[in-house]
Design a protein around this ligand. Structure first.
Ligand code: ATR
Length: 287
């Protein structure tokens, strides 16, 4: 972010509802400032009813690009001109870039997730079995990224069966080499799957606001298995606290938030943000 906003300053932003909790403005502006780029990144509160008008407005206002958060990651797709292939098969967009008057949709959540698994847990996905909790937009992004990274098997455990079934039906057709299984969140159903799991990933909002999973018994996990929670506020969710108690290697979603943000920044500006700048700003805000 430049200290002076002039007639030449270029605009980036985020659309969501709510958006006031988002940490993206802080971390993106920190990186823009560190590189001395004449851009500013701002939050836009956009409701479901206003999303089509807002996206068209952003196009004609000449905004260079923007992030998309809850609840618009899927709804935005028909409003865009083109999709990057990864965003197309995930079925969700978290980053948009304007090229002329065309808006192109990308998904950097998956890249961010795999990078965080490698950097924060040292987890190598190839040939592993992963238990994914949740089948929403974040769950779909995780499953797609894990399949692309070469996992052998994915177990999806979701509260509502129909959403889990829909996810599996979509991905079975794309990744024929991966073994997909559907489970519930009940311990009786999960226990057998926990024994073969190399990595357990929470993609749901459970863990925010003191909520926790009742049916997950981490002591049943395969020895050496790891736990990743995409939630980052609180920094330690009940799931992560339980993993720590069991001596299980685990990480929260901060690394993924940073990595997806760095990938979006590179799409918009063509430059890599200086290493550690976004993470440092984020940790300061969460401290
Ligand atoms: P996102 O795009 O962030 O993934 P979403 O598409 O609304 O958001 O999906 C939210 C996911 O969290 C879903 O898998 C949801 O389960 P349902 O399909 O049954 O709705 C899951 N989820 C949300 N609250 C939950 C809770 N209290 N217990 C278990 N699962 C929950």
């Amino acid at each position: 972010m430049s200290s002076d906003i002039t007639g030449k300053t270029r605009i980036l932003g985020i659309i969501g509802c709510p958006v006031s909790h988002s940490l993206s403005p802080l971390m993106q502006n920190a990186a823009l400032q560190a590189l001395g780029l004449d851009y500013v990144y701002v939050p836009f509160l956009v409701t479901d009813a206003g999303v089509a008008a807002a996206v068209n407005g952003l196009r004609h206002l000449g905004v260079e690009g923007f992030n998309v958060t809850i609840p618009h990651k899927t709804a935005i797709i028909p409003l865009l001109d083109r999709l990057d292939p990864t965003a197309a098969f995930i079925g969700a967009v978290n980053t948009v870039k304007r090229e002329g008057t065309a808006l192109i949709g990308y998904n950097t959540d998956g890249i961010g997730f795999i990078r965080s698994l490698q950097e924060d847990l040292g987890f190598a996905s190839k040939g592993t079995t992963v238990l994914v909790l949740g089948a929403g937009g974040a769950g779909r992004g995780a499953v797609a990224a894990l399949c692309e990274a070469g996992v052998s098997a994915i177990i999806v455990a979701n509260r509502s069966r129909d959403k889990g079934e829909a996810l599996l039906a979509d991905f079975r057709g794309i990744f024929a080499d991966v073994k997909f299984t559907l489970a519930s969140l009940e311990l009786a159903d999960l226990e057998v799957h926990l024994r073969s799991t190399d990595l357990l990933v929470n993609t749901t909002s459970v863990g925010m606001n003191g909520t926790h999973f009742a049916g997950i018994e981490l002591s049943a996990l395969k020895p050496g298995a790891m736990v990743y929670d995409m939630v980052y506020a609180p920094i330690e969710t009940p799931l992560l606290a339980a993993a720590r108690d069991e001596g299980i290697r685990c990480a929260n979603g901060i690394g993924m938030l940073v990595a997806q943000g760095e990938a979006a920044f590179a799409i918009w500006t063509g430059q890599k943000p200086p290493s550690g700048v976004m993470e440092k700003r984020l940790l300061l805000a969460l401290a």
